[in-house]
Every structure is written in structure tokens, then in C-alpha cells.
Design a protein. Structure first.
Length: 323
């Protein structure tokens, strides 16, 4: 009997220890990028660059509080692998929260809570000519002092919301109180996904985004994104991204292409940005991926369209390791 009680106690302690132990994870992604452009381009004097692309390290885990509710946490920090510019170990998504199987998850901390959930179109990974970000004036940053809620999935539907407190009078990420909502539809076993989001920061910034993708077959996926941003100017910015990726059968290669089109960029009338990027990924194994890509960028500032057009081009490649 004593042996049974002892074994039970040891098992219970083992479960508790397993729950309490955090998971260490991260990504190291380095690329060598070369960019150039004409005299009107910001890349006209550009040199070869070694870039760290969203490299990070983090700890995450959970602890059971009741049968249906867990405490959840994450401490994630960005790292510039190629340099120390005084910003290493800057906070990324870092939070403490509660997760309930029936009612959803509530988080508090520094978060990129809404727009990042509704982007099914971005396939560019490297750092050349804009990197993996959508070329818009507003791609919601991680915000300090943020609360976020994510619902459980109901027949493929997930809803989320966030609220950011501007505690220090315009010194936080968004410079003012901000709120956002999003809905996603990702039905199990289907070939399509879609989502929409809305975010507002004060009275001077409002952005609505819709995005989705569709698997044409087991190897090919196409995606699209549209965003309308009101920057409190006479002209709303309109951005469109269209992309495709194709897993080459019986090889480690995946090829991709992406087109970004922006009108009234940054709220300036007739300012335009267009980017075309194509590339490929080579999966050495589950954790390691090689990258090769090239891009072409054209823009104008909208003030004197005839004389302000700028062309730029770039090529790059690198290695990404996830753990």
C-alpha cells in the first residue's frame, strides 16, 4: 500500500514538473542581400548587407489551474544575430494570460494581436526591398500595454479582439489608445481560409483588412490581401497583395511569387508603390531552410509623378534555422 501511495505521489510530482517546465524555442535567420537603384531611389547608394530577419528566442508554457483553465505565458525577444545595435533582446510577443477550453484565451502584455492574424497572402521571407512586410503605411506594430482575447474555434470560426492603453501620452507603440477586432474562418479539411480585421488608433488612423488563400491542389496555394487605411488625410491608402507558392513534387524545393500594389501610399495623392518578388525555399530538414529570392520595386512620391519615379532591384539568399 505504501509503495502504491509513493508511486502515485511521484507520478503527480512528475506531471506538475512537466506542466511547469517552459518550452525554449526560437529562430535564427540570416540573409545576404544586395540592392541597388536609380538616382531617385533610396537604394541608389545601397551596399551588400548581412541581415537578421526576425531572429528570436523565447520561453513559453502553461500551468493547469483547474480542470478547464490554464495559466499561459510567453517571453519572446528579438535578436540581431549579425550585430549589436543596442536593441538586442527587444521584446516581441510577451504576455501572461488565462486559457479556458470553453470560453477562450485572455492575454495581457506586449502583443501584435490583430492584423498579423489576418494575412494569408505574404509568402516573402527574406529581407530584400521590404522583406516580408506588406508595403503599407500601417502594418499594426506590437503594442505595449495591450489586452487581447481569442475565442475558441466554433465550426472553423475564431474571433479575437484587442485593446491598447496609451499609458504615457504617445510614448507607446501606437501613440494613443487603440482597439481592434478580427474574425477568421479556417474550416477543418477544406482547401480555403479567410479572415477580416479592423483596427483604430485614436481618431487619426483606421485600417480594415481582408485576406484569404486557396489550395488549388496538394502542392499549389494562391493568396490575396486587401487593406484600406485612413490616415486622416484626403486620400485613403489602398494596398493589394497577391501571391502563389508551389511545392515542387518529390523535391525539397518550394517556389513562390508575390506582387504588392499600393495606391495613395502613406495617404499622399497619387503616390504609388509596386513590388514584384520571386524566390525559392529549400528544406534541408524539418528545422533548416535555405532561401533564394529577387525583387523589383518601383515607387513615386505623388508630388511630381513625371520626375519622381524610382526603380530599385535586389537579390538575396540565406539560411533559416528553427528550434
Amino acid at each position: 500500500m505504501k509503495k502504491l501511495v509513493l508511486a502515485t505521489a511521484i507520478a503527480a510530482l512528475s506531471v506538475t514538473a512537466a506542466q511547469a517546465a517552459p518550452t525554449v524555442y526560437g529562430k535564427v535567420f540570416l540573409t545576404l542581400d544586395v540592392a541597388g537603384g536609380d538616382d531617385n531611389s533610396i537604394y541608389k547608394d545601397s551596399r551588400s548587407q548581412l541581415n537578421s530577419n526576425s531572429s528570436r528566442i523565447g520561453l513559453k508554457g502553461s500551468e493547469a489551474l483547474t480542470q478547464n483553465t490554464d495559466l499561459v505565458y510567453q517571453l519572446e525577444y528579438g535578436v540581431d544575430v549579425d550585430a549589436d545595435d543596442g536593441k538586442n533582446f527587444r521584446s516581441r510577443d510577451t504576455y501572461l494570460g488565462l486559457s479556458n477550453k470553453q470560453y477562450g484565451t485572455l492575454l495581457a502584455g506586449r502583443l501584435k494581436a490583430i492584423d498579423g492574424r489576418v494575412d494569408y497572402a505574404t509568402v516573402v521571407d527574406g529581407g530584400v526591398l521590404g522583406g516580408d512586410s506588406v508595403l503599407t503605411a500601417f502594418d499594426a506594430p506590437r503594442a505595449n500595454n495591450t489586452f487581447a482575447y481569442v475565442s475558441p474555434s466554433y465550426n472553423g470560426f475564431t474571433a479575437s479582439a484587442m485593446y491598447t492603453l496609451d499609458e504615457n501620452n504617445s510614448t507607446d507603440s501606437l501613440g494613443r489608445d487603440a482597439a481592434g477586432v478580427a474574425v477568421q474562418y479556417e474550416p477543418a479539411g477544406q482547401a480555403y481560409r479567410a479572415g477580416a480585421s479592423y483596427i483604430q488608433a485614436g481618431k487619426q488612423l483606421k485600417a480594415i483588412r481582408v485576406s484569404g488563400d486557396y489550395k488549388l491542389n496538394g502542392n499549389t496555394t494562391v493568396g490575396a490581401l486587401y487593406q484600406n487605411t485612413n490616415l486622416n488625410t484626403d486620400n485613403n491608402e489602398n494596398a493589394i497583395t497577391v501571391s502563389a507558392s508551389h511545392k515542387v513534387a518529390q523535391t525539397p524545393w518550394t517556389a513562390y511569387g508575390q506582387v504588392d500594389l499600393v495606391d495613395n501610399a502613406k495617404g499622399l495623392k497619387d503616390a504609388e508603390t509596386q513590388r514584384l518578388a520571386v524566390g525559392g525555399k529549400y528544406a534541408f530538414n524539418r528545422n533548416t531552410t535555405g532561401h533564394l529570392y529577387t525583387a523589383y520595386l518601383r515607387s513615386n512620391d505623388g508630388k511630381n509623378v513625371a520626375n519622381s519615379k524610382a526603380d530599385a532591384y535586389g537579390i538575396g539568399g540565406g539560411l533559416e534555422y528553427k528550434f
